[in-house]
Write a protein that binds this ligand. Structure first.
Ligand code: NDP
Length: 248
């Protein structure tokens, strides 16, 4: 049902939604789609110029003005996340949605060739940074009537696959984080789920499969019914799920 979710233009009115990795790919499309449905979006990402381009698109379309948080999940400290969370509470008073979408692929290689630097970078961005960002935002999420936390998983976060190395480990860890958080916050205002976008035409996919025929791939736009569903009150009783959102 989430794959065919249809909603009104104002479904996300009065909601404040933070999207990580909002400068490109699926995160960019999700941020624009949330704004299109009435949300105030907070665009977080590494490259300020990309975030500014998404900001301009949202403003030019006449949606609510977003804000920008340039932040590198690789270098950020717990203090950085806490300061960010305090600013969000003072500016918006709450956070209704958190789409943890930013990730890096690292290098695909046999396990014997996984180097420590790549391992650390992938785990830091995809897992550790994502966790401490989420941890810092719990007080803001508690202030929303119904808060939705979404982590981004992958097929290789549910079934291991040769050569996917640290990226696969980071996505398994993400599934574990989601389950732990969902259980801890069961019967509260905060629900936690994973989304697995499936093969989608983005820069990351092109790096992983440089020679495939991209015409066969879904576009980020095609995933948006599920991304909207997870942020709308329609999913307020959905907790601890890992949803595959690729339409057939
Ligand atoms: P993209 O590479 O297009 O987008 C990733 C985003 O994450 C970019 O905006 C990037 O910003 C941001 N990001 C990367 N590193 C950092 C960092 N250190 N700090 C802050 N932001 C960072 O990938 P997709 O859109 O494809 O991926 C979105 C999510 O979907 C990821 O979690 C990915 O693992 C997952 N996924 C994607 C699939 C696919 O087929 N596309 C399949 C399965 C899962 P910047 O460009 O500024 O570095």
């Amino acid at each position: 049902k989430h794959i065919d979710f249809q909603t009104s233009k104002n479904e996300l009115n009065n909601k404040v939604i933070l999207v990580t990795g909002a400068g490109s790919g699926i995160g960019r499309q999700a941020a624009i789609t949330y704004a299109q449905h009435g949300a105030e979006v907070i665009l977080l990402g590494k490259t300020t110029k990309k975030l500014e381009a998404v900001y301009d698109e949202i403003v030019e379309a006449g949606y609510k003005e977003p804000s920008i948080i340039p932040l590198d999940l690789k270098g950020a400290t717990v203090k950085n996340y806490q300061d960010m969370a305090s600013t969000i509470i003072s500016e918006y008073g709450k956070l209704d949605g958190l789409l943890n979408n930013a990730s890096i692929l690292g290098a695909l290689s046999p396990l014997q060739h996984v180097d420590e630097g790549t391992f650390d970078d992938v785990m830091k961005v995809n897992f550790k940074g994502t966790f401490f960002l989420t941890q810092a935002l719990i007080p803001a999420l508690k202030l929303a009537p119904n808060a939705s936390v979404v982590f981004t998983s992958s097929g290789v976060g549910k079934k291991g696959r040769a050569f996917w190395g640290a990226y696969a480990f980071s996505k398994f860890a993400t599934e574990g984080l989601m389950q732990t958080m969902a259980d801890e916050f069961e019967n509260t205002n905060i629900r936690t789920n994973c989304v697995n976008p499936g093969a989608t035409k983005t820069n990351m996919r092109a790096r992983a499969y440089p020679s495939e025929d991209v015409r066969k791939l879904k576009l980020p736009e095609q995933l948006m019914p599920s991304y909207l569903y997870l942020m709308s009150d329609e999913s307020k009783d959905v907790n601890g799920q890992s949803l595959d959102v690729q339409p057939k």
